[in-house]
Design a protein around this ligand. Structure first.
Ligand code: ZN
Ligand code: ZN
Length: 169
């Protein structure tokens, strides 16, 4: 039954009390598909406050979402927390308030365009693909360098893989 979901609230209950505050940690299954991968959503916490405004019911909510993301530069896993608030007015003809859809929309909009594991993340070398946070390479990065033509001879030869075992060139 619908009534079993903590995010579907019976309006008579709100009216009896005049105001109602809820803190819910819902099951993630309903919300996962709002994200690009089901693994993105790590945890979700919702705070809801209901108050009766001359008949209609005002719902004010806040979602706190913890997400598993990937660093845009080095692809390392990054866990970040985001939050946002929303509100909605429900007419007095409504019997139940289903907050789930609004929470899902709000949570989905919190996905950032990109994250970095740290502002100083060096990412990968665009030429050899090495992870520059962990090791350094001898690729010539500065295209304006006047001695590049000369240095080319020194760096062109493949450096042997350090720490070994990456089959990718
Ligand atoms: Zn990174
Ligand atoms: Zn490189």
């Amino acid at each position: 039954m619908q009534e079993n979901d903590p995010l579907i609230i019976k309006c008579t209950e709100i009216r009896e009390k005049g105001t109602l505050k809820l803190a819910v940690v819902p099951a993630l299954s309903f919300f996962m598909d709002a994200f690009s991968t089901p693994e993105t959503l790590k945890s979700l916490r919702v705070e809801l406050t209901f108050s009766v405004v001359d008949g209609p019911i005002l719902m004010e909510g806040r979602v706190n979402v913890e997400m598993h993301l990937e660093c845009a530069r080095c692809a390392a896993p990054v866990t970040s927390t985001f939050s946002d608030s929303f509100d909605e007015l429900y007419p007095d003809t409504v019997e139940y308030i289903d907050a789930r859809e609004l929470i899902r929309e709000t949570a989905a909009l919190l996905v950032p365009l990109k994250v970095v594991c740290s502002e100083s993340c060096k990412g990968r070398c665009p030429q050899c693909g090495i992870e520059l946070n962990k090791e350094s390479c001898s690729c010539v990065m500065d295209k304006s360098l006047p001695f590049r033509a000369l240095e080319k001879f020194a760096v062109k030869k493949d450096t042997p893989p350090k720490g070994g075992g990456k089959p990718k060139k």
